[in-house]
Design a protein around this ligand. Structure first.
Ligand code: ATP
Length: 573
């Protein structure tokens, strides 16, 4: 879990003149409603009113998430980095493990999650709502009553919201203008840090004021909780001081519920890899450098789950720990940073909504010499970004910790290193490997792909449609008989059967004969199906069908026996 650094405590700079206008963006409400309507994502336990921080996937969402997991599995484990050569000049080697959600509690002591996986929490005494102290962002502007400098130099914000970055806070203020009424937020510009946004605000007389949005420093909340307005009511005087709160869910094993029986649900899949490192080395033929991948559910009792599935309490991760010699670790760090960006681009996040952000020195964990985040500009973070994946150089921290806590040696004997012996072999070298960790979240991945694919075009039969990459699309193709007679349904059934046999492992092939052809296209567009094949009157005479491209709406004729090869090519086979 990366620390979210507070921006430096400094006087608000109100002199910036180069603010950019707030531009229109995709509506999260519209995206969430399409997700529900078309069966991508549902609220968990919805018939009981839902449960905060938990989401279920419907039929289309399940297929889509499976495609994302499968793409990760193929491109990280089975055919790592698409066969690219690593900095050592050799093909990258990776193997999988599948480890338990519940591990020995000492795993979490060694990893630091029991001692340190704590977030400082603040309560609103009036509404009884709770939020993470390091997730409180303030809007500071120069209109007299909004800006107040107290004796310790802390500036009191005009308004606060719960958000992990300044961008997310600005997005909330834009979506809920009543929060700062009668003022109006007119422009927002990312500043030198992702945690700071410069803004302009117009008052009711039309006068413009300059200001900033940035995180309230936790120590300011510690010393002045009563001065800071509540993010829920806007009123000061109701916030408590921050208190520590552990994010791990716990349970008990066995019949007796006491401290000795206490176990934790894993907050990340990575530790399962480190604790099986020795077994993998001893029982398989892996040689340094190599990676071990693990995917599965993780659990964090997030204090303020929000932004649809972005911050959930149960979510799925796909993590790789890539082990290498310390001397090669920086080169591998550069390699994985680049590949992970290329990978996200390859499955559909090709726009400038995707960025790689290198952490500042003060954001790094004490053991890391480099960490970066692959970030996506979600509608609820825009104009800022939210983390999709972290790529961290973790040094030998994790193996060293587990070696210390378990008493088991986890070093590696590398026969291909050390001085050359007279017999022509190498003397070998024993070392504790360093590790590069690309840690992706599959739910945030699905959400980013949905947000990126969501397109509005009032001129089309379905004014909202999803431009999924064919590899990610839950429905790969649809077959339509133009009318329900003249042998067309039979031909459609035969083509549907052939395509389902060939591509059924990758996704659905639909066969739809209901309603007008326009309505059928519209249904498929909304579900993000890239290609629709229609059997019409001409098919019987020349054995051709029409293929319609979802994104352009254009149609061309193609031989019916070429359809499978066409889809295969689009799926990258
Ligand atoms: P954040 O700072 O947003 O809490 P993190 O830095 O703690 O995230 P990591 O511990 O690096 O996240 O986990 C790796 C990935 O797991 C993240 O990039 C994200 O995609 C996913 N992830 C982490 N926490 C959550 C969550 N609460 N809900 C959904 N996905 C999550």
């Amino acid at each position: 879990m990366s620390a979210e650094a507070s921006p430096p405590l400094q006087p608000t700079d109100l002199s910036k003149q180069d603010a950019a206008p707030i531009v229109g963006k995709k509506s999260m409400d519209a995206i969430m409603s399409l997700c529900k309507r078309r069966g991508f994502i549902y609220q968990a336990s919805e018939i009981y009113g839902g449960i905060n921080g938990f989401w279920d996937y419907g039929p289309l969402g399940t297929l889509m998430k499976r495609n994302l997991r499968e793409a990760w599995w193929q491109d990280m484990i089975m055919h790592p980095a698409w066969g690219r050569k690593g900095p050592n000049g050799e093909a990258v080697r990776c193997v999988p493990v599948e480890t338990c959600i519940i591990q020995h509690p000492k795993v979490w002591e060694a990893s630091g999650h029991i001692g340190g996986f704590n977030d400082p929490m603040v309560d609103d005494k009036e509404t009884k709502q709770r939020f993470r102290a390091d997730h409180l962002q303030g809007l500071f502007i120069d209109i007299g009553k909004g800006v107040k400098v107290t004796s310790n130099g802390f500036t009191v914000p005009l308004r606060t919201v719960v958000a992990s970055t300044a961008g997310e806070a600005v997005a909330q203020l834009m979506e809920q203008p009543k929060l700062i009424k009668p003022l109006e937020l007119t422009t927002a510009t990312p500043s030198e840090s992702p945690n700071v946004m410069d803004v302009t605000v117009r008052d009711s007389s039309g006068t413009t004021h300059f200001g900033r949005v940035f995180a309230i420093p936790v120590d300011a909340l510690q010393s002045n909780p009563l001065e800071i307005p509540s993010p829920f009511t806007g009123k000061a005087g109701h916030l408590t001081e921050p208190k520590q709160f552990n994010l791990m869910f716990f349970s008990y094993t066995g019949a007796v519920f006491n401290e000795d029986a206490k176990v934790y649900l894993r907050p990340e899949t990575a530790q399962g890899i480190f604790v099986q490192f020795k077994n993998v080395v001893d029982t398989t033929r892996v040689k340094m450098p190599f990676g071990i991948g693990n995917t599965g559910r993780s659990f964090r009792n997030e204090v303020t789950p929000r932004n649809f599935t972005f911050r959930s309490r149960e979510f799925e991760q796909a993590e790789l720990e890539f082990f290498c010699h310390p001397d090669e670790s920086q080169a591998w760090y550069a390699f994985w940073r680049e590949f992970r960006m290329d990978w996200w681009r390859s499955i559909g996040l090709a726009s400038d909504n995707l960025i790689l952000r290198e952490h500042d020195k003060d954001e790094l964990s004490h053991y890391s010499t480099g960490t970066c985040d692959v970030e996506y500009r979600f509608p609820f973070t825009a104009p800022g970004y939210g983390e999709l994946e972290g790529v961290a150089h973790r040094g030998n921290f994790d193996l060293a910790q587990h070696q210390k806590h378990s008493g088991i040696k986890l070093d590696y004997f590398d026969q291909e290193r050390g001085e050359l012996l007279p017999n022509g072999s190498k003397k070998g070298e024993r070392y504790l490997p360093h590790c590069i960790e690309p840690a992706a979240g599959l739910d945030r991945g699905v959400l980013a792909l949905i947000c990126e694919a969501y397109t509005v075009d009032a001129a089309r039969p379905s004014p909202e449609f999803m431009k999924f990459h064919p590899r990610i699309a839950p429905i790969k193709a649809a077959v339509f008989p133009l009318v329900n007679k003249d042998g067309m349904p039979e031909k459609a059934e035969a083509l549907h059967g052939e395509l389902s046999r060939k591509f059924g492992r990758q996704g659905l092939i639909e066969n739809d004969a209901k309603q007008s052809i326009g309505k059928r296209y519209a249904r498929m567009d909304e579900a993000g199906c890239p290609y629709c094949f229609t059997i019409d009157g001409q098919t019987a005479t020349d054995q051709t069908v029409t293929v319609r491209d979802r994104d352009t709406g254009t149609q061309e004729r193609m031989a019916i026996d070429k359809v499978a090869a066409f889809i295969g090519e689009k799926l990258g086979e």
